[in-house]
Ligand binder design. Sequence first.
Ligand SMILES: Nc1ncnc2c1ncn2[C@@H]1O[C@H](COP(=O)(O)OP(=O)(O)O)[C@@H](O)[C@H]1O
Ligand SMILES: [Mg+2]
Length: 383
Amino acid sequence: MNTLPKSTALVDGIYIGLMSGTSMDGVDVAVVNFFQEKIDFIHAETFEYPASIKDRLYKITSNKILHNLDDIGQLDADIGIFFGQCANRSIGKSNLNSSEVLAIGSHGQTIWHSPLGSAPYSWQIGNPSIITARTLISTVSDFRNLDMAFSGQGAPLAPAFHLAFLGESNRSRIVLNIGGIANISILDKESPTAIGYDTGPGNCLMDLWHQLHTGEQYDKGGASARAGEILPELLERFLEEDFFQKEGPKSTGRETFNLGYIKSAIKSLGNIENFSPEDIQATLLELTVVSITSNIHALKTHDIKDIYLCGGGSANIFLVEQLKKALGSCVVKSTADLGIDPDHVESCAFAWLAQQRISGRPVTLSTGGERKQLVLGALYQAP
Ligand SMILES: Nc1ncnc2c1ncn2[C@@H]1O[C@H](COP(=O)(O)OP(=O)(O)O)[C@@H](O)[C@H]1O
Ligand SMILES: [Mg+2]
């Protein structure tokens, strides 16, 4: 095998992480300083997508059938421009110069994730060349496809970061990230590798249903779900989806959990108008709770009691209440208790992945079931 010269000394300094998840709500930006394997926050902010980008993203991701390739190319460029602007604004608010930032790690916006096809791939847009040109900072992107080419699922990647910054050598923990999709990282004190996988929908279905009925982005605090009653038959229909029958490692996205999925389960039980929107909202919230907790309860061998929440779903008060009830004897806390803002765990993870890439360091993954090490991400170097 042809091998490149290795440089594995950790390059400490200021990095920026850009995370734009399946919720398609916008981009989380974290400006951080890595020093001797510790992290210092300089600035963290979420920038909502402008409506023009959001509308086109919803259109492209809600239908597999292509209408116009130019639409995708243009959206790729427009998201790259937007990400560059967000990075620049965050640099300004940090009182920094772009020359002081070593690199940007940009996850990109997933438009399709296909981990189980004959040739698995994961497709993120948000042109990284444009981010480099707009910020004059080297940008690392395309973190998932190398792992997929080596038989992994390409997702989730954050568990390696969770282990490095939220793990503890004498106490096992679970990190539960509730974004559009929910994923768990098992930080077992007996294991040198974090095992992590998607458990199913986090907020994405609740968001879609709430948007359809109210026009609001999301069900603030879970108020609408709280006003409804769980529909057991509908919950059962939702749980028939193949993804829930599989064991981890596994990953998923809006390709499976979308408005079509919600509507076809409802239609199988009768006319959609016969159900109250709040009852369906309550049932979708329960689906998130059941799919998360059944995965955690299935981890009998680990007997982990400490669960740390992050992601936008941790601000949904009713969801957190229901999770706490369902998790019984587990202690549910926030990653803020470990020093990382729950809204910025993932953006920090991509700043860290950029640091690993710049340092030529492999990241340890278990997305394909077996442990492997890969240097992740493609580098778009600033002049
Ligand atoms: N106050 C809140 N109440 C209920 N849900 C919230 C609240 N704040 C954020 N969320 C949920 O979090 C989502 C964003 O979570 P995020 O972690 O950014 O996901 P992703 O990584 O998929 O973009 C929103 O779409 C919304 O569903
Ligand atoms: Mg988000």
